[in-house]
Design a protein around this ligand. Structure first.
Ligand SMILES: *[C@@H]1O[C@H](CO)[C@@H](O)[C@H](O)[C@H]1NC(C)=O
Length: 196
């Protein structure tokens, strides 16, 4: 019974990791993480993608220790589902369960780089999806590489995420259903799950 559960868990985990990570991160995660870690202390201020944005950036309120939008800061350009399509389940979950943490990250990034809220959200979606990769990219940009437009919704990312949702969600749903209402409870195996 325990063994079956473990198998199910491992397969699920592998499946999640395989579908979530873009191929580039799957092959060199350690290298990238190492590079990102060593340089965190001396990180340069990121450059913004759109230099035409002119609105007053958010400000840090010392009495509350929170970033506050300025009176010119625009409302959020897209909701949690937009984050889901850009960065997958991680930024989506951050926005649903810790909305203020997400907004704080967005306002701080806007203040640091004087960028638009859309650009900051795109960057934070990428950050919450894979912090090491995002940091690595920012270092590349600091060294003269072109700045990536994280605001734009890339078709490839969206397809990856939708595929993930279409296949994994029903799979998890069926597991949950079998565990809750099946006669085996937590003892379900793969054969039960796929014996639809
Ligand atoms: C900081 O936050 C406090 C409490 O919400 C508020 O009363 C104060 O006006 C804010 N300060 C600034 C500079 O916005």
């Amino acid at each position: 019974m325990v063994h079956r559960c473990r198998t199910l868990q491992s397969i699920l985990l592998l499946f999640l990791i395989g579908t979530l990570l873009p191929p580039s991160t799957a092959f060199a995660p350690h290298q990238r993480t190492a590079i990102a870690r060593t340089s965190l202390s001396a990180q340069p201020t990121p450059r913004r993608f759109d230099p035409s944005y002119k609105k007053k950036p958010p400000v840090f309120n010392k009495s509350t220790s929170l970033w506050e939008p300025s009176d010119e800061t625009e409302p959020e350009p897209y909701g949690p589902f937009g984050s889901f399509l850009r960065g997958g389940p991680s930024p989506f979950l951050v926005r649903v369960f810790q909305p203020s943490q997400y907004d704080q990250a967005v306002f701080k990034y806007m203040a640091q780089t004087s960028c638009s809220r859309a650009e900051a959200q795109g960057n934070m979606d990428a950050y919450f999806n894979n912090a090491a990769d995002w940091t690595y990219q920012k270092m590349q940009e600091a060294n003269g590489r072109p700045v990536i437009d994280y605001t734009q919704l890339k078709l490839k990312d969206a397809i990856l995420v939708i595929t993930w949702a279409l296949f994994v969600t029903p799979f998890l749903g069926r597991c949950g259903y079998l565990i809750a209402f099946g006669d085996k409870g937590w003892g379900i195996g793969l054969s039960d799950v796929f014996n639809i």
